[in-house]
Design a protein around this ligand. Structure first.
Ligand code: PLP
Length: 395
């Protein structure tokens, strides 16, 4: 009988943890040891040369970190994974491991702020050409890919206006040009979207967000083929942005409830989006689950759930109004983070686009009265009442 692949909730709990990493412990121990001792020189050499399973030095590999990598690997349906101390640690490791002078990257204007900085400030210094396209203009992205592309970097849905890209279509174009296709899947999580199954070569996460889910640890991870992951791992072990075992443990613990949390956050966000769409103080709501959303058809095709992230624009076009609403919310942290069990809000002016001027934000199509809303797992009636109360202070 062919064994049935486990579901996402089962994998969230069990994946990577079937084998006890120490005798008889049922929970993953936090192994703080920097190095691993070998009395037998031959065994030491075999482990060091990768001929035998084991660990040598925790900047390279660590048992707790390895369980985290296995779990996400299985959830994304990948062959291999490697991690880093933060999301940006893994993004920069991917880019610097796979690129070299003379290579060309195609991406979009709405990637995560830190990623955009690597594209505009750092890669050009090393003579890597970067073409950044309008995020939803698929024809323009395909034209840039056809003009030469060694690495195609996508992120969907994006921050903060929740734009969507067709991963199957763009991965195909990337593959045809011989590019490595990379997708930042932080906003969707493997519960809602599986980029590798849609044709991408690498899928990465800021595990700081939904994977951990409790806003108490930073981490990054990338999954893909053994061959690509080995190249990224080799760069990361040398560059040293290693994930520490305590953070790996916190993320692992958070991941046990990943499927449950995302299910609840999906349904809460859908209801908030509908509620705000009908609210007189709101001009526009950006959420891929709404039929009015520009990317709704793409979302229906490639996402199993529409996610926890939405944003909305107030009728009153000012940062002052945003401040009033945000400070009036009782069940939401006003903070530069997302993906936690608590609802978190923030305007792009102090979060994703803090480094841009008001004029630059306007040019990018980011309204001053936009509020990013990372939906938590609270009771939906409390979240709706909270928003109504906070919005009622506006005239
Ligand atoms: C937060 C975030 C990152 C960066 O992750 P860190 O863990 O903060 O370094 C990258 N991509 C997206 C989509 C993010 O939201």
């Amino acid at each position: 009988m062919k064994e049935q692949a486990p579901g996402k909730s089962t994998s969230s709990v069990w994946a990577g943890e079937e084998e006890y990493i120490m005798d008889n412990v049922t929970q993953v121990p936090v192994v703080h040891s920097v190095s691993y001792g070998y009395k037998d020189i031959e065994e030491w050499q075999n482990v060091a040369l990768g001929r035998k399973k084991g660990h040598i030095y925790s900047r390279n590999t660590n048992p707790t970190v390895e369980v985290f990598e296995k779990k996400i690997c299985m959830l994304e349906g990948a062959e291999a994974a490697t991690s880093a101390s933060t999301g940006m640690g893994i993004i920069s490791s991917v880019l610097f491991a796979l690129l070299a002078p003379g290579k060309r990257v195609v991406s979009v204007k709405d990637t995560y702020g830190g990623t955009t900085k690597i594209f505009t400030e750092f890669l050009p210094r090393y003579n890597v050409e970067v073409a950044l396209c309008d995020t939803t203009d698929h024809e323009a992205i395909e034209a840039e890919i056809a003009a030469g592309c060694d690495l195609l970097y996508l992120e969907t849905p994006t921050n903060p206006t929740i734009k969507l890209m067709d991963l199957k279509r763009l991965s195909q174009a990337g593959k045809k040009a011989g590019a490595v296709v990379v997708v930042d899947n932080t906003f969707a999580t493997p519960i809602n979207q599986q980029p590798l199954a849609l044709g991408a070569d690498l899928v990465l996460h800021s595990a700081t967000k939904f994977l951990g889910g409790h806003a108490d640890a930073l981490a990054g991870v990338v999954c893909g083929s053994r061959e690509l992951i080995d190249r990224i791992y080799h760069y990361r072990e040398i560059n040293g942005a290693t994930l520490d075992p305590m953070s790996a443990y916190l993320i692992l613990r958070g991941m046990k409830t990943l499927a449950l949390r995302i299910e609840r956050q999906n349904s809460n966000a859908m209801e908030i989006a509908r509620h705000l769409s009908a609210h007189p103080r709101i001009r526009k709501v950006f959420y891929p689950g709404l039929e009015s959303h520009e990317g709704h058809e793409i979302a229906k095709k490639q996402m199993k759930g529409y996610g926890a992230m939405l944003s909305f624009m107030l009728e009153e076009e000012s940062l002052e109004a945003v401040g009033k609403v945000i400070s009036g919310l009782r069940y939401a942290h006003a903070a530069a983070n997302l993906g936690a069990v608590e609802t978190i809000v923030g305007p792009p002016a102090t979060t994703s686009h803090v480094e841009c001027s008001r004029e630059e934000r306007q040019a990018m199509g980011i309204p001053e009265s936009l509020i990013r809303y990372s939906t938590g797992i609270e009771d939906i009636e409390d979240l709706k009442a909270d928003l109504d109360r906070a919005l009622s202070v506006l005239g």
